[in-house]
Design a protein around this ligand. Sequence first.
Ligand code: NAI
Ligand code: MG
Length: 336
Amino acid sequence: SKTPVTVIKGDGIGPDIVNAALRVLDRLDTGFEYEEVIVGQAALDAGESEVMPESALKSIERTGLVLKGPVTTPSGKGYRSVNVAMRKHFDLYANVRPTLSMPGTQSRYKNLDIITVRENTGGMYSGQGQKVSEDGNRAEALSVITRSECERIIRFAFDMARARGRRKVTLAHKANIMKSTSGLFLEVGRQISEEYDDIEHDEVIVDACAMKLVMHPERFDVIVTTNLFGDILSDLCAGLIGGLGLAPGANIGETCAMFEAVHGSAPDIAGKGIANPTSVILAAALMLEHVDQPENANRLRRAVRSVVAEHDRVTPDLGGNATTERFTDAVIERLG
Ligand code: NAI
Ligand code: MG
């Protein structure tokens, strides 16, 4: 029987790179059956009154599996971020972002293998209680995190570390200053780490973490942190291996999982046909792994890595001059 997958092509470079990923997936025997839905600006443009139309929500509820391109959040028009709203709506509490070095990129480091696990529903990033005073001179927002949110994300990180044979989990926090919220996260982290004596536990204050990631990234293994810190640190990690165009992400909940690139809709290169589709293709590999197709996931990864390593058909962000299409053709060729 077929596995239904909801596809959101997204905005900007989204349709180009998602189409590239779908072309590549077609070369594998995945059993996927796609349902395309639209959200965000694309939905408004199509005459919907909501950035998250009911039809899109229903499809995701049915499939529980989403391959997604970046979605532009219309800013300053009273709309919530579609990304934040979807993560909340489907309780996709774990945002997993692997950063694995790729041969052939011009990055400074060669053998990095870091996974950031970001709490994806609470904290400062979730945009609660945002207010600006009438005169525009005072702004406020609320940062709320619960013990159970801390517990489930930290447990997720340790369980994932164990399942993947990783050796260390680093808690990145700011408990010295944000004593209540980050303090709770650190307290829970210390408790939970006791349950995992086969995995090393480490803690680091987030600003120092950023510095250490730049100086000695090879010392990191799995990093678990709260929403906003995870947003920043995971982009930093993408930069360590050659940029946002290479970085996939998974948003995982109990009943639904959404796979996407870490980056956004890249308005500066949209419509030029030169976006690097690697991050969405690697997100598709994470999705294959999630549905228990590890051979397909590895085939996909090997094909992408060898095209990047060869370097004569890579996109401009990697120093080449290939179009999205030419790069994708090369990956397809490699899959045989
Ligand atoms: P961005 O990630 O779109 O772009 C940052 C830089 O990276 C740009 O120079 C861009 O050209 C480059 N870049 C990104 N992806 C690339 C790719 N695949 N190939 C080559 N170069 C690539 O970040 P920005 O400009 O801050 O955000 C643009 C829009 O995307 C905003 O509306 C934002 O809200 C949205 N966004 C959506 C996300 C999502 O849907 N998950 C995540 C992040 C941002
Ligand atoms: Mg981000």
